[in-house]
Design a protein around this ligand. Structure first.
Ligand code: KG4
Ligand code: ZN
Length: 357
């Protein structure tokens, strides 16, 4: 059943639209696209009233990565708990909420379906309009929570486990693709490199920590040539890294793990920073935001801060706690969708490969 006012009750839809127009809509959002079961309540897209995350890392660590079936089951087991905890943390009753939002892609289909089914049930049972949010749009919106005065236009470097995109955000929810990876995403490359060093899952943060103790000039990894000036490529440096590790193993030599981690981190970050700065210059844009799990990378944050200071650009970094998957960012993105009247129906489905542009 596609969206109609009668799905949730015309009065509920009018109340939500009026609250959004006044800037004080309270949205409860659910995020279950991968391995975090999360629920948050956010007011006016900027103020977090509650932000609860149950991380499944401990369940997946033994397998070295996310096991989709285990992720779905854990979402089913925990979703009630995180929603209850968020309602208590915010001191909210159902009457205080204006809308229910949920991530509908991209992500693991089974994991997404748990959140979507739960959100539909809440929307129907509580007579609240339902809002379907693109997970990547959520990552971008994490910046609105950290920087209450930020509004488009700005360039956003989206770097997560599945994305390495340069998006020009002209207005809320309207993005133009400026560049993207031609092969692996930055987070994926970090995770694969970390596995070569036998670091625990999730590899990116572990490699980032280890790199602080290494010499980043110890190994030179190839700088890939890509045609588009603002595109990225990480599979060349990743393969070179794997070969390097194998060479050490074949010769029976101990791996200089710190040096390897530092050299790899530097090669990924240099590529991201150099091409982002080129895009800023080409667009004549003065404001840069970053988003996604890799936005937590310590070297990326400091190198972007230095580069932006040199050029006189304003840099917006999401709080570390909002870089990874969370539901507060979904509630924030949903607020602007509610303002535009973009509501979902009961026919909402999971879109594992949902695109941002
Ligand atoms: O956005 P996210 O939490 O999930 C996706 O939507 O993909 O991003 C997860 C990715 C993983 O590849 C993880 O290893 C990486 O972000 N990551 C990092 C760091 N923290 C998370 N990569 C490098 N350095 C970090 N500090
Ligand atoms: Zn994510």
């Amino acid at each position: 059943m596609p969206y109609t006012e009668s799905t949730y009750g015309a009065a509920a839809c009018r109340k939500a639209a009026a609250a959004a127009a006044k800037g004080n809509a309270r949205i409860l959002a659910i995020e279950t696209s991968c391995d975090e079961t999360a629920c948050a309540i956010v007011q006016d897209g900027r103020h977090i009233l509650a932000n609860r995350i149950y991380s499944q890392i401990d369940l997946h660590r033994v397998y070295g990565g996310v096991v989709p079936e285990i992720a779905s089951r854990a979402h089913v087991e925990k979703i009630d708990v995180v929603v209850d905890a968020a309602m208590k943390e915010a001191g909210c009753q159902r009457a205080d909420l204006d809308a229910i939002a949920v991530t509908h892609g991209p992500g693991l289909v089974g994991a997404l379906l748990v959140g979507i089914s739960y959100a539909k049930a809440l929307a129907l049972g509580w007579a609240k309009p339902l809002i379907a949010v693109n997970h990547i749009q959520g990552h971008i919106a994490a910046n609105y929570l950290t920087h209450p005065r930020l509004s488009p236009p700005f360039l956003c470097l989206v770097v997560s486990g599945g994305h390495s995109h340069l998006l020009y955000t002209e207005s809320d929810g309207s993005n133009t693709l400026i560049g993207c990876t031609l092969d692996d995403a930055a987070g994926e490359a970090f995770d694969k490199a970390a596995r070569q060093l036998s670091l625990p899952y999730p590899g990116g943060p572990a490699l980032d920590k280890l790199a602080d103790f290494g010499n980043d000039g110890a190994f030179r990894l190839p700088v890939p040539k890509v045609e588009g000036p603002f595109d990225f490529s990480f599979s060349g440096p990743k393969t070179a890294f794997v070969n390097l590790v194998h060479t050490f193993a074949q010769r029976g030599r101990m791996l200089p793990k710190g040096d390897l981690a530092a050299s790899f981190r530097k090669s990924v970050v240099e590529q991201l920073v150099n091409r982002t700065m080129l895009a800023m210059q080409d667009l004549g844009e003065l404001r840069l935001a970053i988003a996604g799990g890799v936005a937590a990378n310590s070297l990326l944050r400091t190198r972007l801060a230095q580069a932006c200071q040199e050029k006189g650009y304003q840099l917006f970094l999401p709080d570390l706690a909002l870089c990874g998957d969370n539901a507060a960012m979904i509630a924030s993105a949903a607020f602007w969708q509610l303002m535009r009247g973009e509501l979902a129906g009961m026919d909402l489905n999971a879109h594992p490969a949902l695109r941002i542009v």
